[in-house]
Design a protein. Sequence first.
Length: 238
Amino acid sequence: MWDFRECWTGYPQQPLKPSIYVYYITQLSFYISLVITLPFDVKRKDQKMQIIHHVATIFLISFSYCANYIRIGTLVIIIHDVSDCIQEPAKMFHYLKRHKIRDTLFIVFSVVFLFSRLVIFPNKVLYNTYYYYMELYQPFLGYYLMNGSLMILQLLHIFWSYLIVRMLCRFFFCGTMEDLRSESEDSEKGEEEMPQEKEDKKNGPVPSSPNSGGSYISKDTPLQLNGSSHLSGPTDSQ
């Protein structure tokens, strides 16, 4: 399993199994759909990185299929899916407000992401495609295109790993978990304020209104709900 040199055994005469074909087409369709829906998604700080990631992934899947790099391509997809299948349930439990389960899944996701993207991917996949390939075959244009795209993915892995580590530090030391790619859900909604609300703010602060206990609650005062926070993983398409 760990001898990734088997990816080149019998190349280029490597048969394509129907299950791998379906897996490839499914992944390609998924990332194409992410590119199509990205303009309608919530705008985040790493949107440009997501576009680069999706385009590089679509190119790698298509090129590896055409050049019959099926085995190495399948490994790249699996390494990405290992952490993604944990991230999605974490998002589900966040929206269900099951924060303890969400936090546990996020910690597991972070460990799997960091290990798979910063350890397995460079040491097994990149080393295999950069160096071991040269021992067997002469490089051609596809060699540079493939490895260039894989390096783009690795740089994005490092960027998202940095964000994940920051989120983990904030969670362990401050007790809060926040998606560092966006300020908050409130700030996202604030971009969609009605023109009348913006005009009211220009005219002056909104007067406070008393609650049932006689105290005053200002509309500008943020509310903290038992340390609840916004969570969203770093590859919403890898």
